[in-house]
Design a protein around this ligand. Structure first.
Ligand code: ADP
Ligand code: MG
Length: 240
């Protein structure tokens, strides 16, 4: 099967500045994410994985280098184009879920779709978006917790809600930053199974960031982050 590159980072450099001291984190990273498969980015804590993911999600900008989505450069695109990319083209999930504590599961899933609408549009579309959110909660096995707030959910349930929220706009690509990093082993496996099903059954392309070799080994392609650069891990690269 032929896979095309959907997302690429080329020659990426990124440093942070702390007390006037430059802390180089990424030192010439090149990585490609191909459509239809699960790509893992593995490396020890502090190796710069989240930094790279944030750049690929246009949440931050590289010092040097370029990010391309479907052949188009996006790291220096206008704010409007970057918002559109984040809201429609990709979904993002985080280790700590980033759910709004005062909203129920279904309201959290609906929230990104309600932002930026006029009041009239809000009331016109609310019913339809709620239906869509219910279907998405059902898809991730959380419909029975639709009215629960994050404080009334387990870690696995919160991650399911975050996955449902990330998939509401039907993105083709999911960026997942340590999606099981805060879960017990068994719950983590359930989340990985769900992500694998979304890849296999729904054709969702996934970039999975992890510090865990055993998770990375199950991906179709695995890149290892080391000293601010990527090396292709020998354990990976099975033909997808
Ligand atoms: P990983 O996700 O692989 O654990 P990160 O990308 O979060 O690594 O961090 C890489 C390095 O950059 C770490 O040494 C971290 O302390 C540093 N770092 C991350 N974010 C910032 C920031 N906003 N300011 C300063 N240093 C940061
Ligand atoms: Mg991280």
């Amino acid at each position: 099967m032929n896979h095309e590159t959907v997302l690429s980072a080329r020659g990426i450099y990124k440093s942070y500045h702390k007390d006037k001291i430059e802390v180089p984190v990424l030192r010439g990273v090149d990585v490609e994410v191909e459509s239809g498969i699960v790509t893992a980015l593995v490396g020890r804590s502090g190796s710069g994985k989240s930094t790279l993911m944030h750049l690929m999600a246009t949440l931050d900008q590289p010092d040097f280098g370029e990010i391309h989505f479907k052949g188009k450069r996006i790291d220096n695109a206008s704010r409007k184009e970057r918002d559109q990319y984040r809201n429609r083209d990709i979904g993002i999930i985080f280790q700590f879920y980033h759910l709004l504590p005062e909203l129920s599961a279904i309201e959290n899933v609906m929230a990104p779709m309600m932002i930026g609408r006029s009041i009239v549009d809000y009331f016109l579309t609310r019913k339809q978006i709620r239906k869509q959110a219910e279907a998405m909660l059902d898809r991730v096995g959380l419909l029975h917790r639709a009215t629960h707030k994050p404080s009334e959910m387990s870690g696995g349930e919160m991650q399911r809600a975050a996955i449902a929220r990330a998939l509401m706009a039907s993105p083709s690509l999911l960026l997942a930053d340590e999606p099981t990093g805060n879960l017990d082993t068994e719950t983590g496996h359930e989340i990985l199974k769900l992500l694998s099903e979304l890849n296999q059954n729904d054709g969702l392309t996934i970039l999975m960031i992890t510090h865990d070799d055993s998770i990375a080994e199950n991906a179709d392609v695995c890149h290892r982050m080391c000293d601010g650069q990527l090396e292709n891990a020998a354990l990976s690269l099975q033909a997808a």
